[in-house]
Write a protein that binds this ligand. Structure first.
Ligand code: CU
Length: 154
């Protein structure tokens, strides 16, 4: 019994060490280590340029103004109603981060801004090479109706 508890405490100690060491992980261009279990988001992964349905009423397409690269890139989302007409009645937020170093570059959820064409735009500041993710959340009448993850590599 005591042996079991000691073993458990050992496991917990190792686990908390692993968590704190990943939290201490410094942002480095040369860091390529994948943090175990870093990809915790259970939301669907979205493909650029492809239709993604939001329930049965809407679909959207997203892309970037240029091939993702260092600096500011603009993410563009176009929402359509099921009959194919562009729709601007939703609100969208995007939160950018690097999945392998969660929190290091997290922008928090920022609102997309509508332009005159009815496109939703969000600047994303890419500050280091590696894998990036923008988690998109769509709102209808202030209620979240869809969340998905757009990923890219720089
Ligand atoms: Cu970094």
């Amino acid at each position: 019994m005591l042996g079991k508890i000691a073993k458990l405490i050992g496991i917990i100690t190792i686990a908390s060490w692993a968590i704190s060491s990943s939290a201490l992980h410094e942002c480095s261009v040369f860091s390529t280590s994948k943090v175990l279990g870093a990809d915790k988001s259970a939301v669907p992964v979205l493909k650029a340029g492809q239709k993604t349905w939001i329930g049965e009423q809407y679909y959207f397409i997203y892309d970037f103004d240029k091939k993702p690269q260092m600096g500011t890139i603009i993410m563009k989302v176009q929402v359509f109603s099921k009959d194919g007409k562009q729709d601007t009645s939703l609100e969208i937020t995007g939160g950018a981060d690097m999945p392998t170093m969660r929190g290091a570059h997290s922008t928090g959820d920022k609102p997309f801004q509508l332009n005159k064409r009815g496109d939703y735009l969000l600047p994303v500041n890419v500050v280091m090479p590696g894998d990036w993710e923008v988690v998109l959340t769509f709102f209808k009448d202030k209620k979240p109706i869809f969340t998905g993850s757009a990923r890219f590599n720089v």
